[in-house]
Design a protein around this ligand. Structure first.
Ligand SMILES: Nc1ncnc2c1ncn2[C@@H]1O[C@H](COP(=O)(O)OP(=O)(O)O)[C@@H](O)[C@H]1O
Ligand SMILES: [Mg+2]
Length: 165
């Protein structure tokens, strides 16, 4: 295994990505690895029959400021959870492609992300962003499911599983 020096945590500010931050922070503490918390965002463009109209500049500035505040909050959460070195980054681009490109360019050793996100279509094994990142990432990807204790759920769903009461 490559030394674990750099961990990327792509966040969409959902409970799943909050859980991913806690995992990454714990790994950072154990391996003294850097954590980068990153959100991919591309300003929307609204199409009209007569052409394209950009979003109002003031709306856009407010949106970017809010994302920066949310990222700063995630950075603080990572620190509070024990991460030794943390930074945050707003990546310009469309979710999975932008995340994978950033991981390549910055030579990340591991990506830690939620199995699901804000859309939270529970019956899918992975959300669409998570699935594309797992398929195309240049490094291992650890996916984290928030909420229930997954081992307890597994035992409950499989009464004959070895070691279950
Ligand atoms: N725009 C984004 N920027 C960074 N990370 C993201 C973004 N969207 C999703 N993620 C990451 O991917 C995980 C899974 O989200 P996603 O695949 O979009 O699931 P869903 O379809 O439920 O929204 C999130 O928990 C987060 O870690
Ligand atoms: Mg999503």
């Amino acid at each position: 295994m490559q030394p674990l020096r750099k961990i990327l945590v792509p966040v969409d500010f959902s409970t799943h990505s909050a859980e991913a931050i806690r995992y990454a922070a714990d790994l950072s503490r154990r391996y003294e690895a850097n954590v980068t918390v990153a959100h991919a965002y591309q300003p929307p463009e609204y199409a009209f029959p007569e052409g394209y109209l950009l979003q109002k500049a003031s709306d856009q500035t407010a949106r970017l400021a809010m994302l920066e505040r949310q990222l700063a909050h995630c950075e603080a959460e990572a620190r509070a959870a024990g991460a030794v070195r943390v930074e945050s980054k707003l990546i310009d681009g469309v979710d999975s492609a932008a995340i994978v490109r950033f991981a390549e360019e910055t030579e990340q050793d591991l990506i830690v992300m939620g199995t699901h996100g804000r859309t939270g279509f529970k019956r899918a094994i992975l959300g669409s962003v998570a699935e594309k990142v797992v398929r195309t990432a240049p490094c291992p990807v650890l996916t984290i499911r928030a909420g229930a204790d997954s081992r307890k759920n597994f035992a409950a769903a499989s009464p004959s599983a070895p070691g279950s009461p």
